[in-house]
Design a protein around this ligand. Sequence first.
Ligand code: HEM
Ligand code: HEM
Length: 425
Amino acid sequence: MTQPRSGYSTVAIALHWAIAAAILFQIGLGWRMGGLKGPSAFALFQLHKSVGITVLLLSLLRLAWRLTHRAPSHAHQPRWERLAAGATHVALYAIMIGLPFSGWIMVSTSRIEIPTLLYHVIPWPHVPGLAGLAAGPKAAVHDAGDVAHHALVLITLALLALHLGAVAKHQFIDRDGIFANMAPGARPRLAEPRLWGAAIALILAFALGRGWPAAETPAPQASASAAPAPEPSTSADTPEPTPEASASEAAAEKTPDAAQPIAWAVAKSGSKLDFTADWSGQPITGHFGAWDSDIVFSPDALPASHLKITVDIASAATGDAQRDASLPSADWFDAATHPHAVFQSDRITQTSPGHYKAVGTLDLRGVHKPLTLAFTVAIKGDTATASGQTVINRTLFGIGQGEWAATDQIAANVKVSFAITARRR
Ligand code: HEM
Ligand code: HEM
């Protein structure tokens, strides 16, 4: 066992400062999270969990190191001081481990089950045995974790005050060089750059957490991995609607084949199927990257017109990899059992020129419910553009099981909208 001449070993020192900075960052970030809800808070929580679990692991390592390596001698100090320092240090180890552990308990027993992905990459489990508890005991454990987490933050601040008070006493009053144990080369003087450097670095760590930007940058829709590649042939043939196309809408509508409705092929590029959910007052927008349609429609052959849209449920993407990973799960779409959602029209009627209503059935997550889809269509020659929207009450289809069924965070009504460009088949 090698010991440096006076202070702690390099590993112990590196861990001490890394853990101290991370804890101060976490307190800043924890206070930052307090006033936030919804998707922006979600990103901060993930960061808080990531750094917090890192503190837990580093602290366990630090403790293991401490127990297997000798600490510098404090024999020159009075007995009361050695006892006080020993007690404070034991208490500091207790919060270094207990504080993140209480947070982990809280997250593992949350009413709303949220998976943890450390730094967006490493899946982290719940505390073994807790996630499977019945609702009652689970809520009790969660509350205990919550109380402990808050109390341990206050205890941390109190211990830090004692700890810093002791450092100051040794540095400025006793001038016995204790600070050099943790900062090799430091001298017992007021103008010690290592002391002020450490103080500034730790204040910055706190400020960094306190000021962490909350805005979650939504990933552009096109980057979602589930989106199918556009089909070059159709995209070349079906340009976006032009101003002239809309100007001549009314005239064009009168010209399709009289008796038979037209079968339309939807161009993948220039067509989209989106949904918007409300999460604590903030909209979460997503889209389905893969869906198929069977559209037979002409304004003057409405009785024979019909449409059927088949959506590949697993292609839902909201721009947040972690959230998207949970969408196909049994709690949400249950895509393994119900891979497709299907809307099939029974009848299509005109509500005003260019405006239509398709009354039909939506089969979503194994539940069949009547659904009315309002949409507009403009046809110019061989190209049609259509758009429309409807509102789906997700709870009627069992989207959001268990605790997710509650609508206090994520509203029941989800807006679904589409915009398509189609060509005559
Ligand atoms: C949340 C922040 C901090 C935590 C959790 C913490 C934790 C600890 C622990 C557990 C020890 C005992 C090491 C051992 O004997 O195993 C220790 C020692 C020490 N800490 Fe901290 N510390 C923190 C912040 C600071 C700060 C801000 C300073 C100085 C500016 C500092 C200076 C020292 C010094 C000089 C020692 C060595 C004491 C001795 O040799 O008796 N610590 N710290
Ligand atoms: C060193 C580690 C940690 C520190 C210093 C810390 C600090 C804090 C602070 C200051 C708050 C705000 C409390 C308040 O509003 O009064 C907070 C909240 C929270 N922390 Fe931590 N935390 C740590 C680790 C963790 C870990 C590892 C997790 C989960 C894996 C976690 C989960 C939470 C949660 C869920 C809240 C929100 C609690 C609520 O809204 O009631 N924390 N934390």
